[in-house]
Design a protein around this ligand. Structure first.
Ligand code: PBG
Length: 334
């Protein structure tokens, strides 16, 4: 029986062999899209495994440089650095974040000196330095916005002075992009870009990261127990568009959605309303879940990690911050 009259269309023709599949592929993942988040700690020769994030380490600056060297050889264009700060130097206003000789600026300088072409993305927020474990200053049980802004602005300038290419405010205070832009320009850093954590949700997926940095909100009287008065409600998407409009208006060079995998609709919507590059952060909990399933033998880690990242690209992200960055580079090269 001839089928031609009732079936002119056979989409399977374009899936027949890898050559055709490769030719008609709509979305690609390349190392060019990736930024590797890395954790820092004081000391020498330190490479402490982070239990809930297999393959991730807290590294002293010397060890960090080896890791950046490896990423550079893999052609990863950027690293996002996060410091684990000793409790003794934490205080309520995050003073250590302004110390030009502190761990973080020293690490930025070391990376830029050893690998000038590696882009350094620096984190602007109080939580690594805050004895309360919040991204802003806590006053009378409230994370206060405007007092925090001045500190964030100084922090961004310290990081720019150390050589950061891109400052990334992850704090979710209102008005911070504009304040950072002004402070950077005034200090002469007109070329330092701002990657704003535009739609950062109050997600349960940050647990492993907070363990890695010991940066979770402190369980104490007078300290808000979560970040829901500044990070976004996972139920909302229109609000993400409002945040996007504000960040673009304030001068953000790039906007970011975080987490990534459970917020693909948000990535898509943000992509549609902005003409700047859109980044997405595949966060610690996403990485931990995939690893846990891989370790249990329930899922093929490489296959599912690649699929998770393609999904984030397909949703519209140009740039992905992911703890799989080095793995992806190796998988793509294999
Ligand atoms: C805090 C910050 C967090 C992450 C990046 N910057 C955690 C938080 O908001 O509590 C999370 C990243 C991850 O989970 O991988 N400024």
């Amino acid at each position: 029986m001839s089928t031609s009259t009732w079936m002119n269309h056979r989409p399977r023709r374009l899936r027949r062999v890898e050559g055709i599949r490769r030719m008609v592929r709509e979305t690609r993942l390349s190392v060019d899209n990736l930024i590797a988040p890395l954790f820092l700690v004081e000391g020498e020769g330190v490479r402490e495994a982070i239990h809930s994030m297999p393959g991730q380490y807290r590294m002293s600056i010397d060890t960090l440089l080896e890791e950046v060297g490896r990423l550079s050889a893999l052609r990863i264009p950027g690293v996002a650095l996060f410091p684990a700060i000793h409790d003794e130097v934490k205080d309520e206003v995050g003073t250590e974040g302004l110390n030009a000789e502190g761990l973080f600026p020293r690490a930025i300088r070391a990376v830029k000196e050893a690998y000038p072409d590696m882009l350094v993305v620096s984190d602007v927020a109080l939580d690594p330095y805050s004895s309360d474990g919040h991204d802003g200053v806590v006053r009378d049980g409230v994370v206060v916005n405007d007092e925090t802004l001045g500190i964030l602005a100084q922090m961004a300038v310290v990081q720019a002075e150390a050589g950061a290419d891109i400052v990334a405010p992850s704090d979710m205070m209102d008005g911070r992009v504009g304040v950072l832009r002004d402070a950077l320009d005034e200090a002469g850093f007109t070329d330092v870009s701002i990657l704003s954590y535009t739609a950062k949700y109050a997600s349960a997926l940050y647990g492993p990261f907070r363990d890695a940095l010991d940066s979770a909100p402190r369980k104490r009287e007078g300290i808000p127990e979560d970040k829901r008065t500044y990070q976004m409600d996972p139920c909302n998407v229109r609000e993400a568009l409002r945040e996007t409009a504000l960040d673009l208006d304030e001068g953000a060079d790039m906007v970011m959605v975080k987490p990534a995998g459970m917020y693909l609709d948000v990535i898509r919507r943000v992509r549609e309303v902005s003409d700047v590059p859109v980044a997405a952060y595949q966060v610690s909990g996403e990485y931990a879940m995939l690893h846990a399933a891989g370790q249990a033998g329930y899922l093929d880690l490489e296959a599912v990690a690649m699929e998770s990242l393609i999904a984030i690209r397909r949703a519209g992200a140009d740039i992905i911050l992911t703890y799989f960055a080095a793995d992806v580079a190796e998988w793509l090269a294999a």
